[in-house]
Design a protein around this ligand. Sequence first.
Ligand code: ADP
Length: 587
Amino acid sequence: MKAFKKHLSLFVAMIMLFALMATGCAPSSKTYVGEGKGKHGAIKVEVTVEKDKITDIKLLENTENKVLSEPVYEKIKNLIVKENNANVDIVSGSTATSKGYIEAVQDALKKAGLKLSENKIAVKPLEEKETTQEYDVVVIGGGGAGFSAALEASKAGSKVVILEKMPTVGGNTLISGGEMNVPANWVQKNLGLTNDSADLYYNDTVKGGDGKGVPEMIRVLADNALPAAEWLRDYVNVKFLDNQLFQFGGHSVKRALIPEGHTGAEMISKFQAKADELKIPVKVETKAEELLLENGRVVGVKASNAAGQALTFKAKKGVIIASGGFGSNVEMRKKYNPEMDEKYLTTDTHGTTGDGIVMAEKLNANTMNMEYIQTYPIANPVTGVISLLADTRFDGAILINQEGNRFVEELERRDVISKAILKQTGAYTYQLWNQEIADITNNMDSHKSEYEELVEQKLIHKADTLEEAANFFNIPIDSLKATVEKVNEFAKNGKDLDFNHRGKLISLEKGPYYIQKAVPSVHHTMGGIVIDKDARVMDKDGNVIKGLYAAGEVTGVIHGTNRLGGNAITDIVTFGRIAGQNAAEEK
Ligand code: ADP
């Protein structure tokens, strides 16, 4: 019995030791919590220290963009743990987020009583083992068009790579609202809306671009929008709200699907997950610089990466240009449309500099509609960033000028509203809505950090009364009240006698109110590379450039003078898929 007890206690002791080993927590290790300030708020981490050595960093809390921040955290964490040094330089392209994370780790180490090393280390970019690599399909750009193309090419059996010049994927797709126009979609059915069709969508899009888009390409878009959305939902696992739609300006009916979270992050994170599943390498900080031509056919891409390597990516079947527009390239904007100069900020990411257009033009590719550059009417006057919080405009928010008067129909096309704003005092607008409208749009939670930033910048004010709202921005109260009374009457009678609002005006009788200051900002470049129905790039003589495809904002065939809201996602996914499918078929 005694021997049994002795064995038992030995057994228990061994189990305890195993349990300790399994949790990886040696008895001498201790954890410390630290906090830093990221782009969108606090970043909290827990740092494990064992005998003055940093052994692990866990993320406890953060409100940063998941897709953009996670690779940055991972890189910094690995470096800190490997070097046992938290004196790390910020990561370029992710200044605020990396700074906040490093601050949080340093704060935790301070609590641990550890001194910071004097030796500052930089996060090194990844080096490629092979400077020449062979694939079937090479995709330039890791936005929505690039991912759609890559997933389809891979599904069709091709060996695919995505080259992305920025430190993180996503492009403009990621920072957009992610809404996608789809005629006769399942949410319309859920809501009992049966008056939409591919034909109606086709007509709206042709008209929206003043007839300057290519009709047969718009037909492809209209006919393939629903299958593209179903593919996103069923294959890529993108979650769309099943009981809410947007009606953007220029559309006859509500037809824009809304992704969960009301941003493109839902799309890009699901794209990335699918690419991981299909084992598609995504090479970030890798910039495509030149298309390689052999015997009249595109056979690869020359690129360079942040580690300073010159790289060649050979493409047995094809190269797909999905590098986005040129909204962030002021010189290029001015070249095609002198009006779009420095006075405009941009809603775009830094990567949208028109590289794909320049590369394709060197191979005699044709371009069209280059002069048509769209401004988004409601953007932050300090940063140029698009206001997604102000999507309340699609549910009844009104636009007023400094004099307190409405001056344009709120659901007009973006170019019309932008031009109207620029004619007002100070070339800005105010957007006014109340809690009832905020509840219909239901996007305050998704865009909480934008709201907080606007409050800090004194660009938005929540007021209990119209007097308070008017006071905040020095708007004459009598004219604001008169404007709101008219809107209330129009809302009651269902007819906007002043501007013929095509949606539904909502009574602004009851507060609280939100009033936000905004300006137009360069948002989308409608022009670009000419492609055919198979997404093949055409040259200036009307011939196909063999082995070369393009999709997304880099192309110029769909939107004419003006892209309708919600049409970018439809365009990039539809033609991204077509480009990927056809490149994979190439012999
Ligand atoms: P789209 O909506 O057409 O997919 P996005 O703006 O979402 O366009 O994505 C385009 C992506 O292409 C961006 O992430 C951008 O950084 C990337 N990109 C632009 N130029 C290059 C280049 N020369 N090499 C690699 N990636 C590029």
